[in-house]
Design a protein around this ligand. Structure first.
Ligand SMILES: Cc1cc2nc3c(=O)[nH]c(=O)nc-3n(C[C@H](O)[C@H](O)[C@H](O)COP(=O)(O)O)c2cc1C
Length: 161
């Protein structure tokens, strides 16, 4: 390897992404949520999406074991939710409007878009596991602008919103 991990992170940060809160249910039925910007589309037919789960995350065991997950794409004014759900302590559900669809995974009512998924595959990939989900349900009505993430910080898309 001819580069340091800091340089690798810096280069990766040049690729702008959205920000999502991925939710699931734990074995005891408790709600789980984790901020992720590794969400991506995988296949149109069948409809598949994925995100990468850090093996070092406090949530690794619970998300890895879950049979379903939901991806909630954040709006530009929801950076606080990204910060909240990236913290171990969690406890951010209070005052947050959520609904459930088929699987019971929490769907954030005011998300820009939501994808409810059944786990289709788990692929080990270095220090992460790629979780591929078959999409069972979607919502993306209402318009609005996404929260973007670029070079380690939150951004707004110029001309949107
Ligand atoms: C903008 C942003 C994007 C993130 N993307 C991911 C991701 O794609 N996959 C992941 O496993 N963790 C990601 N994280 C970190 C997790 O949200 C965080 O590790 C997790 O909530 C648990 O906290 P811990 O790392 O202290 O155990 C991201 C955090 C932030 C703030």
């Amino acid at each position: 390897m001819s580069f340091e991990s800091g340089e690798f992170r810096q280069a990766l940060g040049c690729y702008p992404t959205g920000v999502a809160v991925v939710t699931a249910l734990g074995p005891d039925g408790a709600r789980l949520a984790m901020t992720a910007n590794s969400f991506t589309s995988v296949s149109l037919a069948p409809p598949l999406v994925s995100f990468c789960l850090d093996r070092a995350s406090v949530w690794f065991g619970a998300f890895q074991a879950a049979g379903h997950f939901a991806v909630n794409v954040l709006r530009e004014d929801q950076a606080h939710l990204s910060d909240d759900f990236a913290r171990i302590e969690g406890g951010c559900w209070q005052g947050l409007d959520t609904v459930t669809w088929r699987t019971g995974c929490p769907i954030l009512k005011h998300a820009l878009a939501a994808f409810e998924c059944r786990v289709h595959a788990r692929h080990p990939a270095g220090d992460h596991v790629i979780l591929v989900g078959e999409v069972l349900g979607i919502a993306s009505d209402g318009g609005g602008a996404p929260l973007a993430f670029f070079r380690g910080g939150y951004r707004r898309l110029a001309g949107e919103g």
